[in-house]
Design a protein around this ligand. Structure first.
Ligand code: GLU
Length: 476
């Protein structure tokens, strides 16, 4: 049974790179009828915040990445928050201490600093010198009497460490670069490297799929797994996500959190589809996939070794593609928060629902993000304002005369349907020998206050005869 996990540290909003890690784990689990576990790695008390934990979960849910076990829903291998597992880490640390895999290190901050300096001067690799590895019993009693604090350090053996990474192939870590590392801090809390291994072991994780930035931690993890005497999981280290300038994706590149894209009006399905293509793809370089298709197609072997480049332009294109191809009901529902926050609507007025939906559908082709919706449909809901510059350009004695005649024509119309309006206005142009644009532009401006917009006749039909006449008269 495949069991994978996404293990965010709640120290900020869900980052695009982390969302992709979550997504790949999720797709892999679903593809293999396995389990996807959410584990919150909150042992860093200073930086971990409850509100980020909540936000990460909300954003995963928004993306449609559901977990089978996690801090909110529990599961057989909980608790799923590291801060609630401190006893477990302690227990395993004591076991490793008893068995001699780890030792107490009493070095003070100053001593460690001294050590670092000496290594630097001698041109030796940085890291722990092994000073407390072989302390005499007397020395230990002396330190204990002094009440010195201690950490637990792993006794790194001199051996070559090797893994067969599912994405990167054979990776060899030369043991000598690794020095004895801390697994338990002096306050009795575990280091990141220790907690990860204990959890992956106890939660029966079969595949560790994570970012390449963790590759350098992997030899430490392997040593701990071996000391515990348990089987290693498979490892797959995914390539990093870079910005368009090929440097590591960061705030400099603009929005990097899922939350920011959500607030800018991206569709979850577009975002889901787009991030799936960051460092993964099928051979025919197809781009549009539903969630089900991605689950079917996903395989770790198809993950690229080379870094992925995040391209906001392409994401925007994909978003507008999804907007164009979504049922209007969905776009309406997703637009509601944007319409509310823009002040265009307060609450959902059932009578207006169909009207708003039609307005949105007239603009659907043009919407790039949901944030565009309020502006695009504003004139359907509010009286237009006439900007002087355009007014002067479009409205003069002659066009006023035209608009007057159009009002008269409209007044005589019994029904006010798109086709009929178009026929009658075109007929009018022909009769009077006007270029259609000479009539259409002032008409559009009069009813919407805009020089651009959706299909003119569809827009007139939706606004309705009375409103159209009222607005033209007001402008005149
Ligand atoms: N908590 C780690 C992070 O946020 C992930 C650890 C792991 O996947 O092994 O980067």
């Amino acid at each position: 049974m495949v069991r994978v996990r996404f293990a965010p540290s709640p120290t900020g909003f869900l980052h695009i790179g982390n969302a992709r890690t979550a997504l790949f784990n999720y797709l892999f689990a679903r593809k293999n009828q396995g389990k996807f576990i959410l584990r919150i790695e909150d042992t860093d008390k200073e930086r971990s915040k409850k509100e980020y934990e909540i936000a990460i979960m909300e954003d995963l849910k928004w993306l449609g990445i559901e977990w089978d076990e996690g801090p909110d829903i529990g599961g057989d291998y909980g608790p799923y928050r590291q801060s609630e597992r401190l006893n477990i880490y302690k227990e395993y640390a004591e076991k490793l201490l008893k068995e001699g895999y780890v030792y107490k290190c009493y070095c003070t901050k100053e001593e460690l600093e001294e050590m670092r300096k000496t290594a630097q001067e001698k041109g030796l690799p940085p890291g722990y010198s092994g000073k407390c590895r072989y302390l005499t019993r007397e020395k230990i009693s002396e330190y204990e009497r002094e009440g010195r604090e201690f950490v637990l350090r792993f006794r790194v053996p001199e051996e070559k460490i090797e893994i067969n990474d599912l994405i990167r192939g054979k990776v060899i870590f030369e043991g000598e670069h690794l020095t004895d590392f801390v697994i338990m801090k002096s306050d009795g809390t575990p280091t990141f490297n220790f907690a990860v291994v204990i959890d992956d072991y106890l939660m029966k994780i079969t595949h560790v799929i994570r970012g390449e930035d963790h590759l350098s931690n992997t030899p430490k993890h392997i040593l701990i797994f071996k000391a515990l005497g348990v089987d290693l999981p498979y490892f797959a280290h995914m390539s990093m996500t870079l910005g368009p300038d090929r440097t590591r994706l960061s705030k400099r590149h603009g929005a990097t959190s899922v939350r920011a894209y959500r607030e800018q009006g991206y569709l979850p399905e577009a975002f889901f589809n787009y991030i799936a293509l960051l460092g993964w793809g099928t051979s025919e370089s197809r781009e549009i996939f539903t969630k089900e298709e991605l689950i079917n197609e996903f395989s770790i072997e198809r993950c690229h070794k080379a870094s992925a480049v995040f391209d906001p332009e392409k994401l925007l294109w994909m978003n507008s593609y999804y907007i164009k191809n979504s049922p209007i009901d969905r776009i309406y529902e997703l637009s509601l928060p944007f319409l509310k926050s823009s002040g265009l609507i307060n609450g959902i007025d059932e009578n207006k629902k169909e009207y708003i939906k039609k307005a949105i559908s007239l603009e659907q082709e043009k919407i790039k993000t949901l944030k565009d919706v309020p502006y695009l449909i504003e004139f359907f809901m509010k009286e237009p304002e006439y900007e002087k510059e355009n007014f002067d350009k479009l409205i003069n004695q002659e066009t006023k005369g035209i608009l007057k005649e159009i009002v008269e024509i409209f007044e005589r119309m019994e029904s006010f349907k798109r086709e009929e309006i178009e026929n009658i206005v075109r007929e009018f142009c022909k009769e009077k020998n006007y270029k259609t644009s000479f009539v259409f532009h002032p008409l559009r401006f009069a009813v919407s206050g805009r020089t651009k917009g959706p299909d003119l006749f569809g827009m007139l039909e939706l606004l309705g005869k009375a409103k159209v006449i009222e607005r033209i008269k007001k402008l005149l």
